[in-house]
Design a protein around this ligand. Structure first.
Ligand code: 5GP
Length: 198
């Protein structure tokens, strides 16, 4: 699970991670927000209307969901659990509210928070983004402070100063987490079974 204030470069980092590591999949969220130029329905998000989203909430179809910038975003429960059961690593790009829900759910999730190198850098990055209005930029900046405070509840922090270095750090986190004894029970047992009995 990856969270970050907007403008931190999280989407680019996630894309890089997905293209460089095998066995990882992006968890495609549901959202009520409009599709942006360059986005694809079913690849970036499942774009649905508010009525359908609310019906999904009522029928418990979300692992987590949240209101972000006046739109709704949520992670589908069944697909996520299926992919995890199939042994795939899922990358969830979710906000801090979703992060809290996931931690509380007891699901074995590793959480990574991406920070910009500084607030002024974040401001410049957001102002350069053509897709957002001035009001949207102001809203995202004022959210950034409180979001950044949430970093203390995450397992790892990556400062996105240099893209390649940040991607390398994400890969390091993933590689180390994959080597945890708790995730390698089968391999460990296989090796142990070759030892003579005590
Ligand atoms: P954007 O509209 O820029 O794609 O995303 C806005 C925010 O919504 C980002 O912080 C992103 O992490 C968050 N977000 C995207 N999908 C989900 C989701 O399924 N659940 C939650 N809680 N947040 C999400």
């Amino acid at each position: 699970m990856i969270s970050a204030p907007s403008g931190t470069g999280k989407s680019t980092l996630v894309q890089e991670l997905l293209s460089r590591v095998d066995g990882v999949e992006f968890s495609v969220s549901f959202t009520t927000r409009g599709i942006r130029p360059g986005e694809l329905d079913g690849r970036d998000y499942h774009f649905i209307d508010r009525d359908r989203f609310d019906a999904m909430i009522r029928s418990g179809e979300f692992l987590e969901w949240a209101d972000v910038f006046e739109e709704r975003y949520g992670t589908g429960r069944s697909v996520s659990l299926e992919r995890l059961a199939a042994g795939r690593d899922l990358i969830l790009d979710i906000d801090i509210q979703g992060g809290r829900q996931l931690r509380a759910s007891g699901i074995d999730a590793v959480s990574v928070f991406i920070l910009p190198p500084s607030f002024p850098t974040l401001k410049t990055r957001l102002e350069r983004r053509a897709s957002d209005s001035e009001t949207q930029v102001a809203a995202r900046l004022s959210m950034a402070r409180s979001e950044a405070n949430e970093v203390k509840y995450y397992d790892y922090v990556v400062v996105n100063d240099d893209l390649d270095a940040a991607v390398d750090q994400l890969i390091t986190i993933l590689s180390a987490e994959r080597l945890r004894v708790s995730r390698r029970r089968l391999e460990t047992e296989e090796v142990l079974s070759t030892f003579p009995a005590e």
